[in-house]
Design a binder for this molecule. Structure first.
Ligand SMILES: [Zn+2]
Length: 178
C-alpha cells in the first residue's frame, strides 16, 4: 500500500499491477459531500485495493469510515451518522457491462483511463446518507425551537393582555375581513 495519494488514478492499470491506497481525507475537502453535512469537521479514513478477478475484470475492494454530522429533519438538531462502508466495485467501460455483474458488486463507469481517487471515497459516503436523516424516535430531541415557542406562549398568558392585542384575535379579525 502506498501512502502517497495521487489525485487521479488509472484503475485498470492499477488492477493489473495489483496495488492500493489508504489514507485520510478531510470531509471539508469533499465538496459534494459537504453540501449535505451540518458540520464538515473531521476526516474520512479509507483503504482501497485494486486487483483483477478471475474473469479479468478490474476490481476495487476496500472500506470507507467516517462520522458524518447531518441535520435531523424532524428536530433540526445534529445527528451523528457513523459510516463504515465496505466497497466491492468493478470498473466497467460501457454501461451494458453493469448488467453482467453479480448483484453484490457495484459498477464504476470509467470510460477513459482516469478516475479521481477521492471520488470513490466521496461517492461511498454520499451513498451512506439516508434520504431523510432522522434520529431514532427516542433520541430525537425537542431542540431549541419548541421550548422557545412554549416560552412565548406562557409569557403571553402571564402578561396582562390589556396593552397588546391577542395575536389570535388579530388573526380572527383578518379571517373575518375576507
Ligand atoms: Zn431529531
Amino acid at each position: 500500500m502506498s501512502s502517497r495519494l495521487p489525485e487521479f488514478i488509472d484503475p485498470r492499470r492499477l488492477a493489473s499491477q495489483g496495488g492500493g491506497y489508504s489514507g485520510t481525507v478531510k470531509l471539508a475537502d469533499l465538496p459534494r459531500l459537504s453540501e449535505a453535512l451540518l458540520d464538515t469537521a473531521g476526516n474520512a479514513g479509507f483503504s482501497l485495493e485494486f486487483y483483477r478477478d478471475n474473469r479479468n475484470r478490474a476490481r476495487i475492494k476496500g472500506e470507507v469510515r467516517a462520522e458524518l454530522v447531518l441535520e435531523c429533519q424532524r428536530c433540526l438538531e445534529a445527528l451523528v451518522l457513523p459510516v463504515d462502508a465496505v466497497l466491492d466495485l468493478a470498473v466497467i467501460q460501457v454501461p451494458e457491462e453493469a448488467d453482467r455483474l453479480p448483484e453484490s458488486v457495484d459498477p464504476v463507469w470509467v470510460e477513459e483511463d482516469t478516475l479521481r481517487l477521492l471520488d470513490l471515497v466521496e461517492d461511498e459516503l454520499i451513498l451512506a446518507i439516508p434520504q431523510v436523516p432522522r434520529h431514532e424516535p427516542d433520541d430525537c430531541g425537542t431542540g431549541s425551537y419548541t421550548p422557545a415557542q412554549e416560552e412565548m406562549v406562557s409569557q403571553g398568558q402571564e402578561d396582562d393582555a390589556s396593552d397588546r392585542p391577542n395575536p389570535f384575535a388579530v388573526l380572527a379579525g383578518l379571517k373575518s375581513d375576507k
